[in-house]
Design a protein around this ligand. Structure first.
Ligand code: G3H
Ligand code: 13P
Ligand code: ZN
Length: 332
């Protein structure tokens, strides 16, 4: 048994309470590689922001859960080395799909877990979430649950269409499960293709796709039913057009990639939404920098030559999200 407390990590309880009260959101960045971890820590330290480093099932399969846990411990030590006396870093399991995977993570140093029972019938979602909450709380680990289904791939949990969260269920669900935060579905989805072109309109000036707005009416109704309860948004990458253009300019092929406009995420951050999940934007920032580097430096083959600009580009993106979108800077 490894306790996250011995690794210098924190759970989300106090972090979320402050974020809801302060009208900002904590960044939850997925990581799979050392360069992502370094960029996340550098960005969090430079902006004095708390941060959630999250690990999907795919990340565990790619990088190995033990290595990722040591990387999170390394992240805490690295933040201190960069001059942050009191780093607030959460190691979170993203989209846990069983009690067993949540338990394994809790037993191995995670400070927060998500149990994603969103594809289950309501009562089964409650039973599974409650079971995870009981085990997690016995170890002072916080639990994120999900109600409503996002379109796109959620690790093992996949759906072609989204089903908005039903506001009339959130009070009963949060009370009966005892979860610490709730991921809701209001129109976001995973990946770099969040909407099909026929779900969007076209900006007459640029010809670019303009996605439909998020369902803020549902968010506000949820806030009224469970005032101050921490809300989570998955699928919140903005799919920056400049990164997509760079990828396409240097041999990539990402036609009609579209994300959530940042103004809408800025607005959501001011509400009870206190955790915003971003993965795809990091992938795009990394890929754009590497494609450009290879095109401009065909003779390079030392990975450090192309991973360095990739890391810089991700760091720039993380800082931008923290300062200009989520507002979590200067909160340490
Ligand atoms: O929920 C989706 C996250 O972006 C994780 O994606 O399962 O490919 O690591 P992944
Ligand atoms: P994006 O694909 O929009 O980055 O969402 C990531 C996410 O929600 C991880 O759980
Ligand atoms: Zn997600």
């Amino acid at each position: 048994m490894v306790s996250y407390k011995d690794l210098g990590l924190v759970n989300t309880r106090e972090m979320f309470a402050k974020a809801v009260a302060g009208g900002y959101a904590i960044p939850a960045f997925n990581f799979n590689t050392m360069e992502q971890m370094q960029a996340i820590v550098q960005a969090a330290v430079e902006t004095k922001s708390p941060v959630i480093m999250q690990v999907s099932k795919g990340a565990r399969a790619y990088a190995n859960g033990t290595i990722l846990r040591y990387m999170a411990q390394g992240a805490v030590e690295y933040a201190k080395e960069l001059g942050c006396a009191n780093p607030q870093i959460v190691l979170h399991l993203d989209h846990g799909d069983s009690f067993e995977i949540c338990k394994e993570c809790i037993d191995n140093g995670f400070s927060s877990v998500m149990i994603d029972g969103s594809s289950l019938p309501y009562e089964e979602n409650i039973a599974l979430t409650k079971k995870v909450v009981e085990y997690a709380h016995a170890h002072d680990v916080t639990v994120e649950a999900e109600l409503g289904v996002l379109a796109g791939v959620e690790d093992e949990v996949a759906s072609e269409v989204s089903h908005y969260t039903k506001p009339e269920e959130v009070e009963d669900f949060s009370k009966r499960t005892g979860c610490d935060s709730l991921a809701i579905s209001i129109g976001t989805s995973h990946g770099a293709y969040k909407f099909t072109p026929d779900q969007c309109t076209r900006d007459p000036k640029t010809g670019k796709l303009v996605p439909p707005p998020l369902a803020f009416d549902i968010l506000h109704e949820i806030e009224q039913r469970i005032p101050g309860f921490p809300i989570v948004l998955h699928g919140s990458s903005s799919v920056p057009q400049d990164e997509v253009d760079t990828i396409n300019q240097y041999g990539g092929k990402l036609p009609d990639a579209v994300g959530i406009p940042e103004e809408q995420l800025r607005e959501a951050s001011k509400s009870a939404v206190c955790k915003i999940n971003i993965d795809s934007d990091s992938r795009l920032a990394m890929t754009a920098a590497i494609r450009k580097h290879f095109a401009e430096n065909p003779g390079h083959f030392d990975p450090r030559q192309y991973l360095k600009p990739a890391r810089e580009n991700m760091k720039k993106m993380y800082i931008h999200k923290i300062v200009n979108v989520l507002g979590s800077d200067n909160k340490l």
